[in-house]
Design a protein around this ligand. Sequence first.
Ligand code: DOR
Ligand code: ZN
Length: 425
Amino acid sequence: MGTLLIRNGYVIDPAQKLSGHYDVLIEGTRILRVEPRVTERVDRVIEAKNLLVMPGIIDMHVHLRDPGQTEKEDIYTGCNAAVTGGVTSLLCMPNTRPAIDNRETIAYIQRLAQKAKAKIYICGAATKGLSGEELGDYAMYRELGVCAVSDDGRPVESAEQMEQVLLKAQQAGLRVVSHCEDLAIVNGGIIHKGSVSEDMQVRGIDRLSEDRITQREIELAERTGAPVHICHVSTKGSTELIRAAKKRGVPVTAETCPHYFAYTHEKLRSRDADYRMNPPLREPEDVAEIIRGIQDGTFDCIVTDHAPHTKREKMDFRKAPNGTVGLETSLAAGIRFLVEPGHIKLERLVELMTFGPARVLGIEGGSLEPGMAADLALVDPKAFWTVLPERLQSKSKNSVFKFERLQGRVKYTLVNGEIVYVMRY
Ligand code: DOR
Ligand code: ZN
């Protein structure tokens, strides 16, 4: 493999605190140098004038649905969607069928991953079959290169069991990613409990269902000293709890998703199940607090919780499964709803989508330092575009951002120095 020069782009690499016009020189699969002007002869050049050149996005919360529900998504379509959105690495969640709790399923994903466009990291089931009972085989996970555990899609209901998950995962060197939800409080709720659920006469999901388990995980992490990562935070209360815990030195990290800083439960008045996800869209005060958490470091990363579901499943508002796709819109939603209104700088957004998650997961990537894998996204940060569901690469079209005008369009995505995506229209 030869050399490739990305010339004259605007480079943002928060890991190195770099922000300015630089050339990026790639040799084979790795970054060789980032400097103001590379003059040597190279094999190929990408002209990046007026483009943002950033590390590839790492999305640590993705449902690929493969094996078992490939009518919704499969490993290849999921990774095609990823690179279309500038995502070069992702963590796939274990609520597949069967769940990711056994050698065969892990080997299957790893085999298909070799031909997929993005890099796949695997999150194993915290408990076998996501049952909340017997723990998964963490030594086996570790041996096979799994890097985290979760029962995402559901909580680990027993606090005692969660404590074991934290301790055993720490011993095995696995991260714990916790979906915080008290099912007794949810009690069949389908959208946020508030004025909209009342007006619509549907059962609501109280914020308390999320906040109680966030509080529990923080207490367990504090007591055991074993780290915990809180998934898809949607409430003011959970944001405040995580902020306070971090101040006390509790080993807790956290993520939120674009829909939680972009929208409120008002979207649900449409009775369109594409706006239903779990946790649900909340209220303006939650949105404001989540934005504060993004500004002040309470959140370590922004993830999508990419959750594809078919059109047919999403037809019935009450019975539809929860989730929105997100891989192709996360960066543009971040620019549109965080950077453009002036909540944060583009540098902070890039950090939350690259170096932040790399640090949480303890994986390579998220930086353009010499020697790192050449995983990059080249983005036109000024380009406006409208999200047309039928144009999404994902097999499922259930986007919470459908028909929204977003800003920032990925033009090229590179993985290991190879151009895996070029924007065509
Ligand atoms: O909205 C959601 N969808 N939340 C989850 O926790 C699971 C996910 C899914 O798997 O569809
Ligand atoms: Zn979840």
